[in-house]
Design a binder for this molecule. Structure first.
Ligand code: ATP
Length: 368
């Protein structure tokens, strides 16, 4: 029977708790021991019973709907260095753990993939420097790593949706519904800035779900003249038809054709100078991450947690580390290394404005 640990890493996302709960309970249900690594990779690097705790059925009671992550998360610089990962390996072995399930974004899963690929050399160094016994070295030849994607940005390749993205989207829509009241009452324009890092999914979907007048996303950069003219034309048309409110959604990573950022202030200036609209900026900020997880994220996180434990138990030394995703409504496993590579390639193509390549890469991810 295995000793399976779960960790949350990177930005917190609603549904991470549901994922931890599912991993812990699925592991216990299958007769394994369950552990949680607190504070993401920071906890792995620090080690010891404060950071690596055994979990029982009660430990995760009531976690299904809770927002954030109860086992903590962190951005850990030390884990980016081999020295940090060596400490992490030592602490996992000390705790007797032989499988690690990481719920995080593309950065966290990149780290997980690197940790997996280095594992043989890490344990060799631990043996050679006398930090672990020969017996432990033999026992811990393989560390199973498995990724479940927790991120509000929905920016990971090889999955249609990441845990937390729909909760964040729901929160954004709710906030824009509130803003609508004031916009309508005062006949105002609002520029709403939303999260998503280099991915425009949240902005685009929120725009559709709230019928925003205009949306600016990183995936569709335009010259200042193009987006300014187009936005003004559309907003003027809507106003001429009697619409009293104007909502423009700007993704935090929105960029112009010359790759300079388009900020909310840039948009406000255009709406004021060219259309004379009474305009305000609302930056939604961390509200977008907060609150309980929507039903979809609870289900996604639970199914992925159960699948992750199943993947660990079914793995052989030759099985590539999986990332658990959802494609066309089916929970699926994809090689973690491929998903990480593809995510990086898509981001790179977008930053080089090679959208044809980016779209091709995104399509190719669904080819078996
Ligand atoms: P989000 O999408 O919410 O921002 P993320 O997982 O992408 O989440 P990051 O800050 O990129 O968030 O990564 C979280 C942690 O994962 C980092 O602080 C670091 O400890 C580890 N990590 C990220 N990239 C690497 C890497 N290339 N090598 C080793 N560790 C990494």
């Amino acid at each position: 029977k295995r000793n399976i640990a779960v960790m949350t890493s990177g930005g917190d996302a609603p549904g991470m708790n549901a994922n931890v709960r599912a991993v812990v309970r699925a592991a216990l249900f299958r007769g394994c021991k369950a552990f949680a690594v607190y504070e993401g990779y920071e906890g792995l690097v620090r080690g010891g019973p404060e950071y690596i705790r055994e979990m029982d059925w009660q430990s995760v009671r009531g976690w299904l709907s809770e927002g954030g992550t109860n086992i903590g998360t962190a951005r850990c610089l030390e884990f980016r260095e081999r020295k940090g990962r060596l400490k992490g390996a030592k602490h996992l072995i000390e705790a007797g753990i032989d499988a690690l399930i990481v719920c995080g974004g593309d950065g966290s899963l990149t780290g997980a993939d690197l940790f997996r690929s280095e594992w043989p050399s890490l344990i060799k160094e631990l043996l050679e420097t006398g930090q672990i016994t020969k017996e432990k070295f033999v026992k811990h030849q393989h560390l199973n790593i498995c990724g479940t994607v927790g991120s509000i940005d929905n920016d990971m390749s090889s999955t249609d949706s990441t845990i937390g993205a729909y909760s964040s989207l729901a929160r954004i829509c709710q906030a824009i519904d509130y803003i609508d009241a004031t916009a309508n009452s005062h006949s105002r324009a609002f520029v709403v800035e939303v999260m998503g890092r280099h991915c425009g999914w949240l902005a685009l979907m929120a725009g559709i779900a709230t019928s925003a007048d205009y949306i600016l996303i990183p995936e569709k950069p335009a010259s200042s003249k193009e987006w300014e003219d187009q936005m003004c034309e559309i907003v003027s048309k809507h106003r001429s038809r009697g619409k009293r409110k104007t909502i423009v959604i700007v993704a935090e990573g929105a960029i112009a054709a010359d790759l300079t950022p388009i900020t909310s202030k840039d948009v406000l200036k255009v709406l004021v100078d060219r259309l004379g609209l009474d305009t305000r900026i609302t930056t939604l900020g961390h509200v977008q991450r907060g609150g309980t997880a929507v039903a979809f994220d609870r289900i996604l996180a639970t199914l992925q947690g159960v699948e992750a434990v199943k993947a660990v138990l079914e793995s052989t030394p030759d099985t590539p580390s999986p990332m658990i995703g959802i494609i066309e409504n089916k929970i699926c496993r994809r090689p973690l290394v491929e998903a990480v590579k593809l995510t990086k390639q898509v981001a790179e193509a977008i930053s080089q404005k090679d959208f044809k390549k980016a779209i091709g890469l995104r399509d190719s991810e669904f080819v078996e």
